[in-house]
Design a protein around this ligand. Structure first.
Ligand SMILES: [Zn+2]
Length: 117
């Protein structure tokens, strides 16, 4: 049951029924499920997905930038543009799935009184 909610959210489906869409646009969640009517507004990942990705990609990209600097010593502006673009693309590609997983994780701990944990 718990992993089922995560699987449903990962596939952009309502974690309650697995049928309705979780997102109404690229990153904006639907207010409620169109199929089962579950109030999705009680589930909110907040800044969690973005914070997690900044920490993860920062820990990955900073050592790579130092490694490139030690090997090729490119101009600093080139490093900033290149790694900035890499960070932007990676974040935009993975923000939605990470947000969906966090929503699924919240649903796993959801209770009817709208208190978590
Ligand atoms: Zn639903």
């Amino acid at each position: 049951m718990a992993s089922e909610a995560l699987r449903r959210a990962w596939h952009n489906r309502c974690p309650n029924c697995g049928e309705g869409a979780l997102f109404q646009s690229r990153l904006k969640m639907a207010e409620s499920c169109a199929v089962c009517g579950f109030d999705l507004s009680v589930l909110d990942a907040g800044d969690g997905p973005a914070s997690l990705l900044v920490l993860f990609y920062g820990a990955l990209i900073v050592p790579l930038a130092f490694w490139v600097e030690s090997l090729f010593a490119p101009p600093l502006w080139m490093q900033a543009v290149f790694w900035g673009a890499v960070m932007l693309v990676l974040t935009l590609k993975t923000l939605r799935p990470i947000k969906a997983l966090m929503i699924g994780w919240q649903f796993r701990h959801f209770d009817a009184d709208k208190r978590f944990f």
